[in-house]
Design a protein around this ligand. Structure first.
Ligand SMILES: *Cc1c(COP(=O)(O)O)cnc(C)c1O
Ligand SMILES: [Zn+2]
Length: 421
């Protein structure tokens, strides 16, 4: 990895070679989140907007020179990334905006954004395993559901053993994914934060490779690929806003990092502002941003929201999540569960993208951002839809009315449609 200059601690600024530390800066317990620093000149000598225009690999791996993996590492075969960026004019009109796009990350193999990070985790674990006697390490993660399902899917594609810890309350579709892909599944009687702690303990005890968000420095690097794609899909003319829902803060931190990399290389001329959207019942980042609190001084809350994917008591990636909004002059907003549920059909009917609650939350957050006067009608806005609606059918059904139930009889259809005979 000659293109990775160092891993830099976001608390004390200490820099380490990638072979010196595995996860966090050793000076702060488990909290010393590291940021991957690249040799941008070297990256630019290997990849350019022009070389990408000729590249037919439409997956996250098209950006390999800017990813923290060894150049010769084998890559898992599932097609992750390069998800569609739809121009959504009807949605825009309804919002009083001129330019809105929706990026549908529910189109990834396990149907959420998390495949981007899990792909990197599997490559890193295999790099680690290659240096060991048995040749294989077990990968583990905790998850509200999607990170686990993503790890499960990518692992299944290469026969990689893995153990996933999820709260017992995770939506059944997500748990089904874990079981079908063949993960060892631990349903934890507790919250996501408690599953996270248990997973971390197990990883240390058994020497498993730890994919946990906000601990493993490479997960935000996988997630940044969505920002690279957005800018490339818009012809390197960066949008004014990117709207993304926030739980642990890894996605928003990754989006910022991708934009920062592109800006540092001169591939985009401005940094978009980032709008972080939280559920009102899980708004630790929003509260910290409003109060001007430092990430290290944040206290856990008791998170409660229908959008399970963005439920976090103390967001694990809070340092990167605060930086993303502060450094881009963006904002955090919060939205109620009712607004999140209502956003599911609005988004689906406005542009054809069916999102799970955490994905639709981004749309609800944009509505809130507009209400607060943060978005200019001329600004170009990208909404990130992070997960597929089929992940959580129970919530989707709450958002819509009941269908007609009819007799096997055209007369009954007419009655229901109020068409006179
Ligand atoms: C994980 C997830 C999020 C939030 O990402 P964080 O990195 O935890 O902030 C949003 N939407 C979906 C569908 C997710 O799975
Ligand atoms: Zn440090």
């Amino acid at each position: 990895m000659d293109h990775v200059k160092s891993l830099k601690c976001l608390i004390c600024g200490a820099e380490y070679r990638a072979d010196e530390v595995e996860y966090v800066c050793p000076h702060h317990g488990d909290e010393g989140i590291l940021d991957v620093q690249y040799d941008y000149d070297l990256v630019c000598s290997r990849m350019s907007p022009e070389s990408l225009a000729q590249d037919h690999n439409y997956t996250i791996w098209r950006y390999k020179p800017l990813l923290p993996i060894e150049p010769e590492s084998p890559l898992p075969p599932l097609t992750v990334g390069w998800t569609p960026l739809y121009r959504a004019d009807r949605l825009a009109a309804g919002l009083g905006l001129k330019h809105v796009w929706v990026k549908d990350d529910g189109r990834n193999p396990s149907a959420s954004f998390k495949d981007r990070a899990s792909s990197i985790a599997v490559v890193k674990a295999q790099e680690k395993g290659a240096g060991l006697a048995g040749g294989k390490v077990v990968i583990t993660t905790s998850s509200t559901g999607n990170a686990g399902a993503a790890l499960s899917a990518i692992c299944a594609s290469v026969g990689q053993p893995n153990v996933v810890f999820v709260p017992q309350t995770a939506p059944p579709a997500k748990v089904a994914q874990l079981l079908v892909y063949g993960s060892t599944v631990m349903l934890v009687r507790g919250t996501y934060d408690e599953a996270f702690a248990l997973c971390a303990q197990a990883a240390k005890e058994f020497g498993w490779y730890n994919r946990n968000t906000g601990y493993n420095p490479y997960m935000s690097e996988g997630k940044k690929t969505a920002a690279l794609e957005i800018c490339e899909q818009l012809g390197w003319d960066a949008p004014d806003w990117i709207v993304v829902s926030v739980g642990d803060g890894c996605i928003i931190g990754g989006i910022y990092k991708g934009l920062f990399d592109l800006y540092s290389m001169g591939w985009i001329k401005k940094m978009p502002k980032i709008l972080g959207v939280q559920a009102a019942g899980s708004a630790a980042m929003y509260d910290a941003w409003v109060a001007g609190v430092d990430a290290m001084d944040m206290k856990p809350i008791e998170a409660q929201t229908v959008a399970d994917s963005i439920s976090a008591d103390l967001p694990a990636d809070r340092i990167k999540a605060l930086r993303a909004v502060r450094a881009t002059n963006g904002a955090y907003v919060k939205v109620t569960d009712e607004e999140i549920i209502a956003a599911i059909p609005t988004l689906a009917r406005g542009c054809g993208v069916f999102a799970e609650p955490a994905g639709a939350a981004a749309y609800a957050g944009l509505v809130q951002g507009i209400k607060e006067g943060r978005i200019d009608p001329d600004e170009r806005v990208v909404i990130l839809s992070t997960g597929n609606g089929l992940k959580d059918i129970a919530s989707a059904r709450k958002s819509v009315s009941e269908p007609y139930v009819v007799d096997k009889d055209l007369a009954d259809v007419k009655r229901k449609l109020k068409i006179a005979d």
